[in-house]
Design a protein around this ligand. Sequence first.
Ligand code: FAD
Length: 402
Amino acid sequence: AGQKVVVVGGGTGGATVAKYLRRLDNTLDVTLIEKNPVYTTCYMSNEVLTGERTLESLQFNYDGLKVHGVKIVQDEVTGIDYDGKQVLTKSGTRYPYERCVVSPGIDFKYDAIAGYSEAAITAIPHAWKAGSQTLVLRDQLHAMTDGGTVVIAAPPNPYRCPPAPYERASQIAHYLKQHKPNSKVIILDPKESFTKQALFEQAWRELYGYGTDNALLEWWSGDVAAGVVEVDVASRTVITQFGDRVQGAVLNVIPPQKAGKLAFDADLVDGTGWCPVNKLTFESNRHANVHVIGDACMADSLPKSGFAANSEAKVCAAAIHALLNGLEVESPSFSNGCYSLVGKDYAISVVGVYRLSDDGRLVENIPGSGGVSSATATAQDRLFDASYAYSWYNNFTQDVFK
Ligand code: FAD
């Protein structure tokens, strides 16, 4: 039998690494353990909020990976026996491995916001893991009467998908403009700047009256709002670090984040709340033969995005293939790209290309590579970016799940 690799988590990182391990070597015995039968992508989930896309259109099962010869197990992983080199599951079955890859995504620091908790998310959703939470937020938005305020509490760095809170605010403003024009969306931010900021603000000025008395969208920067530190669920009020109280008809509180629970249960996390890894192989710095990829790991300049998780997964698959065969691991490069749909026929984008630093310890930007959409782009260019966003989604999900 082939050498055994067990992959934990069938999200963006896990599905990609399982597929690419088999593509590199179809004698490998690759088992993917995922707790859910179907994966719902967070990417494009902001379009579900406006009603322009269904949740079902974001869902993928694991039949595509089976065609590549990946063994799919539906179970929850509870820990890893490092001495015995076995992955432990809730059902009691143990899965032996030569190499293991963990891609459990994120979890939330609920206790960083007084009054907020996992129990509160049915009333005040975070909608930062796509699925039922996305529908709670969508339904609240659609039930809101015209004239209401939607409040988005943006998280501090580092968090999953840096542009996504601002894309979400844009999508909600787009919905309000059409259906509830006397309403507005306010972003309360602990940060004083954010990715693609100039392009977002330009779009908001062009589309949503940003900066005027009748703005559909307001961004309260960290120096004036300092982020949400408390939530009063009963009165739907958030309280900022400066003591400002903002009541919303709809509250979307996105808490500070940390690596997914399994990373803690398996002792893969350090004091930062994230998993330190060797950037050449993504092998954990804490436990040998176990690799951590995706949002849960610390990858320096690479953002916590699906695109980056996919890029890390391919690097990790190639490294595992080399390690299992006694070959030299080649120094990798990585890429990231992200489209944000900010309005009808209007998207902006960012791309980056990365490599290891000379000492091999850090993932760094390659100088002169990458960039963002032009500030002087035409309406036609923005429309092109929107169409590229949709084709990226189709190509990317094909690469991950098919
Ligand atoms: P995930 O994709 O979350 O996968 C983790 C998987 O592990 C899940 O399926 C989970 O069920 C499983 N799991 C966890 N614990 C266990 C366990 N103990 N046992 C078994 N299974 C387990 N990225 C982009 O590149 N482009 C975008 O446009 C974009 N838009 C976004 C918009 C929003 C609103 C949000 C919230 C995110 C967006 N992202 C985007 C980010 C992207 O979704 C994540 O970065 C990506 O999903 C990370 O992949 P991952 O494998 O680390 O985690």
